[in-house]
Structure formats: structure tokens, C-alpha cells
Design a protein around this ligand. Structure first.
Ligand SMILES: [Fe+2]
Length: 211
């Protein structure tokens, strides 16, 4: 037996150290802010203005999250000769809508309100109708996306005007510079896929008629 083993091990010190490093799991607490209540920040905007903007933005958030998910669904389920380009385009628009989701949600938080986040809350709130679970043809997918964009653009323009009238320039800027412009551009990129033009041989009858 070595002299080292004669010593008593500092067991209590080891146990204390282990306790300190152990994650405190299964914790529970009350909410620090109920949904629908404003915890106003010092941003020189009236609480009522913040609440009105946050209400509008939560509606827009639900619709943007739904449109974002619609793009991913179509990215996965698209079929046909334009599969590859639509597969990539739908995913690009999904990424851009995800960025808008984050910008809108964070604006709601900085206005002192709470942004909705979870799928059941989004489903309860969105104005965009639920698509079937099954696969659809690409023209139907694009039509569905265009209808969703139009719902979103219509409400975003109304909300932008309301924000401007109430002096909430930050919300107005987000809506105009990011949400409206980005959605308009995406509409152009997908709507052009529904223009019925020949792919290989020009329509000679149509070109003769236009002279
Ligand atoms: Fe993918």
C-alpha cells in the first residue's frame, strides 16, 4: 500500500464541485409577461401606438410564416420538367421569407409586445388558407403562392399607412422597404412562370397577327 492511499480522499469537495456543474433542469416559473400586454421600452412612442403596430405585425407575422412554409412545401413537392429551377427558386424565396419572419418578430418584441411563434398560434391567426397535404401541379402551386402574396401585400400596405399616420416610422419602414418590396419581387419571379409562351418553337401565327 502506498503512503498516498493512507490519506483520506477529499470527498466532500468533489461532491460540491459536481453539484455546482450540474444543470438545473425541470425548472418552472410564471410568465414574466402575458401575451397581449405591453412592456414598453424607451423608444419615444406612445404605448397605444406600440400596441396597435404590434397587433398588426403579429397578423403579418402569421401570414409570413405561412407563406414561408408554403414555399418549403412546394420546394419539396414540385414535379415536372421545370422541377430543378422551381425547386431552387422556391427555396430561395423560403430563405427570404424566413428573414422577414425574424425582422417582423423582432420588431414586435422591441415595440414591447410578444410575437407569436408556434405553429398552432400561426394556424389560428393566418388569413392564408390551408393547402391540401398532397402534391399539386406546379401551376397550381404557383397560383396558390401568388394568392398568398396578394393577401400579404394588401395587409402590409394598409398597415404601413396606419403606422405612418401614427408616427411609427420604424414599422412603416420595415413594411415598405423590406416586406412590400421583397414580396412584390417574389411575385414577379414566380408569376412569369405562368406566362404561356412556347419553349422551343416560336408561335408564328401569333407573331404574324401582331404585325
Ligand atoms: Fe431542400
Amino acid at each position: 500500500m502506498s503512503p498516498r492511499n493512507d490519506k483520506e480522499r477529499p470527498r466532500s469537495t468533489l461532491e460540491a464541485g459536481t453539484e455546482k456543474a450540474r444543470p438545473l433542469v425541470h425548472q418552472q416559473s410564471r410568465e414574466i409577461q402575458p401575451y397581449g400586454k405591453i412592456a414598453k421600452l424607451p423608444i419615444a412612442l406612445d404605448e397605444k401606438v406600440c400596441a396597435a403596430s404590434a397587433d398588426n405585425l403579429n397578423q403579418l407575422l402569421a401570414d409570413t410564416m405561412t407563406l414561408r412554409d408554403l414555399y418549403k412545401k412546394h420546394h419539396w413537392q414540385v414535379a415536372g420538367p421545370t422541377f430543378y429551377q422551381l425547386h431552387l427558386l422556391f427555396d430561395k424565396h423560403y430563405e427570404e421569407q424566413s428573414e422577414l419572419v425574424d425582422a417582423i418578430a423582432e420588431r414586435i418584441q422591441l415595440l414591447g409586445a410578444i410575437s407569436i411563434a408556434m405553429a398552432p398560434d400561426v394556424a389560428e391567426t393566418t388569413m392564408i388558407s390551408r393547402p391540401p397535404r398532397g402534391r399539386e401541379e406546379a401551376p397550381q402551386q404557383i397560383s396558390r403562392l401568388l394568392e398568398a402574396h396578394e393577401i400579404l401585400l394588401q395587409e402590409a400596405r394598409t398597415m404601413a399607412r396606419q403606422a405612418a399616420e401614427q408616427g411609427d416610422d420604424g414599422t412603416n419602414d420595415l413594411l415598405v422597404s423590406e416586406v412590400i418590396r421583397r414580396n412584390e419581387l417574389q411575385v414577379w419571379f414566380i408569376a412569369e412562370h405562368l406566362v404561356d409562351v412556347p419553349v422551343v418553337r416560336a408561335d408564328r401565327a401569333a407573331s404574324a397577327g401582331s404585325r
